[in-house]
Design a binder for this molecule. Structure first.
Ligand SMILES: [Zn+2]
Length: 290
């Protein structure tokens, strides 16, 4: 009897381990994240520090700009460091380029390369960049070609920012390929988000695009992924909460929102690194780094 008990125990333990392994492979356990990473913690007060009067166009510049059918890009929204990728292996890493005219923010391309190096360590390396920064002429051509479900009219596409790129796999459709699955699970760790997920088409107004990734930076990408928010929803949440904090890999970030009516209350920390980004709706987001 005793021996049967031991055998039953071992079988049960193996079953539990197998289920955990399966969940882990599917990313249900959060992949490489710690379980507390990206949880939203409300904080009572927005950052203290010195008062700062933002320039008038500041709400229309930065990594968190919302660009969609209701919010066109203003000229100052395009990243100042948009550059051609062709002939610059330091900006493309292991990825192939669909054509030699592809452009992207240099800063974002460097972060993209770090991400692809991590993918290669997991054995995923057949990436193909098919589009990056687009000017209005290219966008209007594409809009005519693809239609409203997959493209936005000139002026209303994130591709005008230099922060978004379309990534394919040389091994098949992105929705099926390892490259697509790896990015969907891991891109947030590197500051990128899958901008048009399958279950958010009613919010984004755009069909599922497993190839379109947008740089928003940390901690925002992890907050969005962990809490299953697209940019529209994330900015609404910040606007409502005003101040939140979160932890990623043991480091604490603070995020504060200032609406168009309270920009005069903006205060930035004296002794900590921070970034300011507009939301393209007249508001500003202050990110205080660990
Ligand atoms: Zn795209």
């Amino acid at each position: 009897m005793k021996r049967w008990g031991v055998i039953t125990g071992i079988v049960a333990l193996l079953l539990v381990l197998a289920v955990f392994k399966l969940l882990d492979q599917r990313g249900v356990l959060g992949d490489h994240y710690e379980s507390a990473d990206g949880l939203i913690q409300e904080i009572a007060l927005r950052s203290s520090g010195e008062k700062l009067k933002p320039e008038e166009n500041r709400p229309y510049e930065g990594d968190l700009l919302l660009v969609n059918g209701d919010h066109p890009v203003r000229a100052e929204g395009t990243q100042p460091d948009v550059t051609e990728l062709y002939g610059h292996p330091e900006l493309t890493g292991r990825a192939s380029l669909m054509d030699s005219g592809i452009r992207l923010s240099r800063r974002v391309a460097l972060k993209f390369v770090v991400m692809l190096d991590a993918a290669a360590e997991d054995g995923v390396s057949h990436f193909l960049i098919s589009s990056g920064y687009r000017d209005k002429l290219e966008q209007s051509r594409l809009y005519k070609e693809k239609g409203a479900d997959y493209a936005l009219p000139a002026g209303y596409s994130e591709h005008h920012l230099g922060l978004a790129l379309d990534i394919g796999s040389t091994e098949g459709q992105m929705g099926e390929a390892d490259e697509g699955k790896w990015l969907e699970r891991n891109a947030a760790r590197y500051g990128f988000v899958l901008r048009y997920p399958a279950d958010k088409t009613d919010v984004t107004g755009i069909s599922f695009e497993p190839w379109h990734f947008r740089y928003v930076g940390l901690p925002h990408s992890v907050l969005m992924q962990k809490n299953e928010l697209v940019l529209e929803e994330y900015l609404d949440l910040l606007q409502q909460k005003k101040a939140i904090s979160t932890t990623i890999g043991g480091s604490k970030y603070e995020v504060c929102y200032y609406g168009p009516d309270d920009l005069s209350e903006l205060r930035v920390p004296k002794n900590r690194d921070y970034a300011l980004s507009g939301d393209n709706r007249g508001g500003l987001i202050l990110t205080v780094y660990p």
